[in-house]
Design a protein around this ligand. Structure first.
Ligand code: 5GP
Ligand code: ZN
Length: 112
């Protein structure tokens, strides 16, 4: 499968990892939009939020239970934002489910 993030999981494309376990990986975004900009992904290929199912939902819950630990390790004591773009209208550019963690500065309150 020609998926950029599957290649990062496989180690075929280098990344700056900040967290890894058996089922998920977190690494720094190549084009950071905040002082801290991390992507958290399931190691298995799920195309987007639309691809979450009863069979794979546990890995999504695991991502969300791990995000606070990543934020704490990054010292995002003032808070942070978690974003997942789903589909073209949201600007999803990589079709492998990922959650952006953004922090390290005061973020715009506008969601759009
Ligand atoms: P999306 O636009 O799909 O929500 O987010 C995709 C993100 O992946 C973007 O923020 C983009 O900067 C990041 N990205 C794209 N290619 C690479 C890459 O090769 N390495 C890393 N670390 N991030 C990437
Ligand atoms: Zn993939």
């Amino acid at each position: 499968m020609n998926c950029l993030f599957c290649k990062i999981v496989a180690g075929e494309i280098p990344s700056t990892k900040v967290y890894e376990d058996e089922t998920i990986l977190a690494f720094r975004d190549i084009a950071p939009q905040a002082p801290t900009h991390i992507l958290v992904i399931p190691k298995e290929h799920i195309p987007s939020v639309d691809g979450v199912t009863p069979e794979n939902k546990a890995v999504v819950a695991h991502i969300f239970e791990t995000i606070p630990a990543i934020a704490a390790a990054e010292k995002l004591t003032g808070g942070y934002r978690v974003v997942s773009n789903c589909g073209p209208d949201a600007g999803q550019t990589v079709n492998h489910l990922h959650f952006h963690i953004l922090g390290g500065r005061v973020l715009n309150t506008q969601m759009t």
